[in-house]
Design a protein around this ligand. Structure first.
Ligand SMILES: [Zn+2]
Ligand SMILES: [Zn+2]
Length: 470
């Protein structure tokens, strides 16, 4: 390495180290391109504290309060004016409290939930805790991690809420008459928005959903103003922050999801027209059960971008007879069997989705077939490779040309309705004994539901097995 460059790199890394150290020290100083931010004290409000540099005027700290056991912020000294009389429940496992109700607090103007109660952290707001309460504001401390369903439902005087960065799960604000805005911080840890989280809020127009959210359950914004007012939609698609929430009936054919999108919510395509292909953006991380209305959709192609980490188990169950499947190389969570035209979850070796032309071998080590893996595919015969142990629901549903299927003896569980609508099915070849087949079907309830009228035979190593004994 060039010596001068090396010195430069070294100096830079020393700077970075100093900068980091300074950032976390008690004076709150912070390196900024040769200039060290400085401030005498914190500014604060009831949610956060911050520092503004006395030299350059820049904000260099802005974060949630950090509370001690006396509900006082250890950084800025702010103390929560705790609302007295609330109900709590101790979670024995975590030794933390859940706040469960308004108790004797009555008609408070602002609800102040403490960070600590009886010396223990308050980490949860329980199901329906403040249902139909009348406060006009609520302050949630930075110890809370879960806000359970309906916790603030029909709190009809509430107009805005700030959710602390510590919250990872929220399912709380549906059905509020005046709620206009919900604010998440820059460092929000929110992972999951529960079903109906912000539904039925007729005034709700502002929610800055953090990029880090990985699961948005269905009906999250249903009938809220964000949903009902078409000015929030783009070309028939509703995006909130960098997340795709819903489609309307004008969306059909080949649909391109906007670049920048991080997740596609559950049931996002529920109300769409006849979609045949969804082009997923490079930015995508999580793809939930976005089409799960079970409408048949003639799908041509599925291409999974490199950054996708999460695919819901029903993500493709509406797709019928997919022609082409590929996963961009470099994806750490999914692969396409090296050009085998299928979608495989790498860690579990589960086949999530197959196509009209999937090429499987035992050497690939596939362990399971996922929901509706080959729905509507057009092949006439199929050999399940040796080593597969489990077939989930409806593996070959709607494979209208399928005449023959070979099942290895390694299979220990058949999925529900695995041959439904396979009207041409003639022969199932099982590579174990008749007794093995009987044991297998006994464990696999409903495996031939939807196929009982189809006259296929079951050929085992030692003869023909009877159809299911009921
Ligand atoms: Zn400064
Ligand atoms: Zn503070």
């Amino acid at each position: 390495m060039n010596k001068r460059l090396f010195c430069g790199v070294l100096a830079l890394s020393i700077c970075l180290t100093l900068g980091l150290a300074a950032c976390g020290n008690e004076t709150g100083n912070n390196e900024n391109g040769g200039h060290v931010h400085t401030a005498d004290s914190f500014g604060s409000d009831e949610d956060i504290h911050w520092k503004v540099c006395t030299d350059c005027g820049e904000k260099f700290i802005e974060e949630d309060h950090k509370y001690n056991g006396s509900n006082t912020c250890t950084e800025c000294g702010y103390t929560i004016p705790e609302t007295a009389g609330l109900e709590y429940e101790l979670n024995e496992e975590t030794d933390t409290y859940s706040v469960e109700g308004i108790g004797t607090a009555g008609d408070v103007e602002t609800l102040y939930i403490p960070a600590y109660h009886d010396g223990k952290r308050v980490t949860e707001i329980g199901y329906g805790a403040f249902f139909e309460c009348t406060f006009t504001a609520v302050k949630i401390p930075s110890t809370v991690e879960r806000i359970e369903g309906a916790a603030f439902t029909e709190c009809n005087a509430l107009t805005e809420v700030k959710i602390p960065d510590s919250v990872t799960f929220s399912k709380a604000f549906g059905g509020n008459a005046l709620l206009k805005s919900v604010t998440f911080g820059k460092n929000s840890k929110l992972e999951t928005l529960g079903k109906g989280s912000f539904g039925y809020c007729p005034e709700l127009t502002s929610v800055n959903l953090p990029d880090g959210v990985r699961l948005i359950e269905d009906d999250t914004f249903e009938e809220s103003k964000i949903y009902t007012d078409k000015s929030f939609w783009t070309d028939g698609i509703l995006y909130v922050g960098n997340h795709m929430i819903a489609t309307d009936e004008t969306v059909s054919g080949k649909v391109t999801v906007r670049e920048g999108t991080k997740t596609i919510a559950e049931a996002a395509f529920q109300d769409s027209g006849d979609v045949t292909e969804v082009v997923l953006p490079e930015s995508l991380v999580a793809l939930h059960d976005y089409i799960h209305d079970m409408t048949k959709r003639e799908a041509k192609s599925v291409v999974i971008p490199k950054g996708v980490e999460i695919i819901g188990s029903n993500a493709f169950s509406s797709f019928y007879g997919v022609d082409h499947i590929s996963v961009e190389s470099g994806n750490a969570f999914y692969n396409d069997g090296n050009g085998a035209n299928c979608l495989i979850e790498t860690a579990t070796n589960k086949l999530v989705l197959g196509s009209n032309d999937t090429q499987l071998t035992a050497a690939m080590g596939i362990k399971e077939f996922g929901y509706f893996a080959f729905r509507g595919c057009n092949f006439e015969s199929f050999t399940i490779p040796d080593g597969v142990t489990k077939l989930e629901v409806a593996t070959f549903a709607g494979c209208a040309n399928l005449k023959s299927v070979e099942i290895p003896a390694s299979v220990t569980e058949l999925g529900y309705e695995m041959f439904s609508e396979c009207d041409k099915l003639q022969n199932v070849v099982f590579k174990g004994s008749v007794n093995d087949w009987k044991a297998l079907t006994e464990k696999s309830e409903g495996w031939d539901d939807g196929a009982q009228e189809i006259a296929f035979t079951i050929t085992c190593n030692d003869g023909q097995a009877p159809r299911t004994e009921r």
